[in-house]
Each structure stands twice: as structure tokens, then as C-alpha cells.
Design a binder for this molecule. Structure first.
Ligand SMILES: Cc1cc2nc3c(=O)[nH]c(=O)nc-3n(C[C@H](O)[C@H](O)[C@H](O)COP(=O)(O)O)c2cc1C
Length: 273
């Protein structure tokens, strides 16, 4: 960010902006102890916005990022830690969906929140493609089954481990184990090179899953789509652009079931160093 705008009257010289910059681009050696972008370093800014977001007086502005003032965080409106943790523990993979697909606006609203998921070096390069109805999901699932049939011939060990012959037979009998009759599917894709593109996509999908649960919607990771992600027919059914790889796939829809209890999990395993 070449242009950090500083309101000298408002700046209290607390040094917070310099302290939070992940690349150390600011220092407090401007005139009178004001923050200053280090000589020639502005171009290295990753646009994370921390310097402006942390400033208690609103003295610093990154006008290139957004001309309007950024939303203030209303701490009183944040959920308690208990509420967030209950949301996380009560999330379940939903595999029984109602037939009606989610409205486009509802899907867009869910995906919108993933824009704030962290990305390596703040790359923000995660993009989505969404199957808006069952017919579109079925086209993807059909392409995945095509890959599975190939894998049954060519990659017998993997096919056996994952029960692929049974999944293919089920599909041919009209039972969809691949996408579980989900009415929607959201797939994120990322550049095939970068700092942490695949992790960025997986994190974003994880946020999507939690956002869906928070809204009472159902979501389930679709690992089968990911297994077949390099199959040309799968890429074509999802219209994945050249030079991009799929990072995660999520079935979505309105749940036909409600989980009432939280199943136990293996104990936490930690090595305290
Ligand atoms: C990367 C990943 C891939 C998954 N793929 C599938 C899948 O293809 N089909 C499916 O029904 N569930 C899939 N799941 C869901 C897991 O089976 C599920 O998370 C696990 O059984 C625990 O259940 P819970 O999510 O309800 O806690 C996947 C989960 C993850 C994290």
C-alpha cells in the first residue's frame, strides 16, 4: 500500500499500527514520532488492513482499499465463547436433505462470509462454483461416478479401500452415495501455484460449513468429488477454469434431520513441549 493517509491531529502515536503490521512495513520514526511507511517498502503491503483496523482513533486510512469507513466491531454483539463452541461441537455432517434447493441469495449469503476466512499471505484467491439445483449436482456426481468406474479398473487398491464398486453399482440403481441427493454443491477452486492455495480453500470451506450450521442449513464435505477432481468430465461439469485446482467441495441444502445430541470424540492428543 503506497498511500497510507495519516490524520496527524488524530494520531496518538501509540505505535499499534506498526506493531501489528505482519511485514513490519511501518515504523514510528516519522516527524514527532508519527508512523511512517519504511522507505521503498510500501509495495510489499499484503493489504490485510490490520494497521487501519487496530487504530483506536481512526487516524490512519488505507484509502486504496476502500474509500468508505470500515465497519466498527460492536463487541457487545459478539457471541460468547460458549455459544461459539456449542455451534462448533453441534455441527454434524448432514446427509439427508430436502429436495428444494437453497435460493441463490441464501447461497450467496453463506459464501459471502467466507471472504473473511484467513488466506496465506492474504492472497484471497479462493473462488467458488455452485451447482444451483439437483440437475447440476447430478451432472457433477455422474462425472465422479465415471471416474470411479475407471478407478475400479485401474486403481483397484484405492477402489477397494473406498468401496467404489458398491458406490458405482448404487448410482446405477438410482442411489446417490456420491452427493447424497443434495440439491446444491459448492466447490472452491484456487490457483495451481501460490503461497498456501489449497489450505486457503479448505479453510474457506470449513467456514462455509459452520456458517451453514449457524443458519440451520445442512452441509457435508464431498470427498468423492475431490478424489475425482482431475477427471476432465468433473472439471467440465463444474466449469473449473484453466490453471485452477479444486480445493474443497461441500454438499448443501435444507436438512431433513435435526441432531439432538453431540457424539463423543477421541480424547484430545497433545504433546506439550
Ligand atoms: C475432507 C472431508 C471429506 C469428507 N468427505 C465426505 C464424503 O465424501 N461423503 C460423506 O458422506 N461425508 C464426508 N465427510 C464427512 C465425514 O465423514 C464426517 O465429518 C465424519 O464422519 C464426522 O462426522 P461429523 O462431521 O458429523 O462430525 C468428509 C469430511 C471431510 C473433513
Amino acid at each position: 500500500m503506497e498511500h497510507v493517509e495519516l490524520n496527524v491531529e488524530l494520531c496518538n502515536r501509540d505505535g499499534l499500527c506498526a506493531a501489528v503490521c505482519p511485514l513490519g512495513l511501518l515504523h514510528m520514526e516519522g516527524e514527532g514520532g508519527l508512523p511512517l511507511v519504511r522507505e521503498g517498502m510500501g509495495a510489499h503491503c499484503i493489504g490485510c488492513g490490520h494497521c487501519e483496523a487496530v487504530c483506536p482513533t481512526g487516524a490512519l486510512r488505507l484509502a486504496e482499499m476502500a474509500a468508505d469507513p470500515w465497519p466498527e466491531i460492536d463487541r457487545a454483539a459478539l457471541p460468547s465463547a460458549e455459544a461459539v463452541e456449542l455451534l462448533m461441537r453441534s455441527r454434524r455432517s448432514v446427509r439427508a436433505f430436502r429436495e428444494t434447493p437453497l435460493e441463490r441469495a441464501e447461497l450467496a449469503g453463506l459464501l459471502e462470509v467466507t471472504r473473511w476466512a484467513p488466506t496465506g499471505h492474504n492472497a484471497q484467491a479462493v473462488e467458488w462454483c455452485v451447482a444451483p439445483d439437483r440437475a447440476a449436482v447430478e451432472r457433477v456426481a455422474g462425472a465422479v461416478v465415471e471416474w470411479m468406474a475407471w478407478a475400479c479398473e485401474e486403481r483397484r487398491d484405492l477402489a477397494r479401500t473406498l468401496f467404489l464398486p458398491g458406490t458405482v453399482r448404487a448410482w446405477r440403481r438410482g442411489k446417490d452415495i456420491v452427493t447424497r441427493f443434495a440439491p446444491n454443491l459448492a466447490v472452491c477452486h484456487v490457483p495451481d501455484a501460490g503461497v498456501t492455495p489449497e489450505a486457503d480453500g479448505i479453510v474457506a470451506a470449513s467456514w462455509l460449513e459452520l456458517a451453514a450450521h449457524a443458519r440451520g442449513l445442512g452441509a457435508c464435505w464431498c470427498g468423492y468429488v475431490m478424489l475425482a477432481r482431475e477427471h476432465p468430465a468433473v472439471r467440465a461439469a463444474l466449469a473449473i477454469p484453466e490453471g485452477r485446482v479444486m480445493a474443497a467441495a461441500m454438499m448443501l441444502g435444507r436438512p431433513r434431520v435435526r441432531y439432538r445430541r453431540i457424539p463423543p470424540r477421541k480424547p484430545l492428543s497433545v504433546a506439550w513441549l
